[in-house]
Design a protein around this ligand. Sequence first.
Ligand code: MF3
Ligand code: CO
Ligand code: CO
Length: 407
Amino acid sequence: MAEYDIIDRYDVIPSARNGAIKLHGPEGFAGMRAAGRLAAEIMDALVPHVVPGVATQELDDFVFRMMDDAGAYPATLGYRGYMKSSCISVNHVVCHGIPGDRPLKEGDIVNIDVTPVLNGWHGDTSRMYLVGDVPVKARRLVEVTYECLMLGLDQAKPGNRLGDIAHAIQSHAEKHRYGVVRDFCGHGLGQLFHDAPEVVHAGKPGTGPELRPGMFFTVEPMINIGKPACKVLEDGWTAVTRDRSLSAQFEHSIGITESGCEIFTKSPKGFDKPPYQAASAKRHTHDIAAVAGDAAGLARAERDRIGPAFAEAPAPQEAEPLVPDRPASRRLAPAEHGAHLAALVEEQCRGLAPCRHQPCAAPYQFGAGRAAAAEQCDAAAQQHRRGQSGRDHRLAHDPLLFVLAAG
Ligand code: MF3
Ligand code: CO
Ligand code: CO
């Protein structure tokens, strides 16, 4: 039987990860609405920049600047040693791809995952982007993955259980003979990045914790053309499919309401699934219907896709420079990231804002890494309780941060 904790407006400092599922009130919804909206706006703003030739590091710099300009910071930056503002996962990368110098190329499918922390609340979302012309098999995977997320969210209402969400996702993916990734899952969130419950994407209806109004969590299915199995590369982060098949993912942060759920990270521009621009939408729609060899289907697809989703979408834009007030070629130097990070650590750990070592990836990872991660986080939480300042214990636990903050 799951435990639940009611969180009220006096809980300024987030209560620790204690395994209970937090039930939030109106203040929480307002906080998540703002953070989720910023996250979705970042996703929207990335659209014209995800093109052949762009380095994923440039996209990461853009994400950092947008958050910084909005008075938010990237939850991922400095998180358990992860040093980027986003995760960018290309083709057979399942999740946690690290932005770098490799340029995107025509035909790539790309997941960009961001989590701005705005006024202490975490808006966690990811979408797929198509780089130029993408083969129909890959587009189909992206489409079905989006459908999996939305079918899962249809089940997100009071009285249902987490297993109902998992089952909706799994049955749709498997109907298309795709594999549902088991090694990573969605998670509770709010004033913590990763919290109870674990939100799995494959399972049986009627099982798992019951959904109650006030629960906040992500749903973020990772779906592979091939088998579900993943492995993590040497860098300790990048998860790829074992069989090297393509993988796709979409993620929303939601809150359970009295009647269903509120999606905090919906696209203000209607860019919820690619293709995101009317011109390319047209081309892709024709291709897919042509493959199906179905004229009526073509007309229907034309109306369904371009009609509602793109009626209000702006015409394709000229790409603006990635970092507006700097030359596009100039990336944010690591030292600037470092200085900014040091400032964040200061700010967070003065005791006014939550110490970011409390959020823990432990529930997020299954398998061998999990026990170790949980142990590490428990040790940190214990130190926290002993009254040691957040700052000290954070620095003590993260040599890289120590160097950055000291230097
Ligand atoms: N945003 C990811 C999620 O959906 C987590 C990334 S953790 C990081 O939960 F450290 F890899 F950035
Ligand atoms: Co997430
Ligand atoms: Co995410």
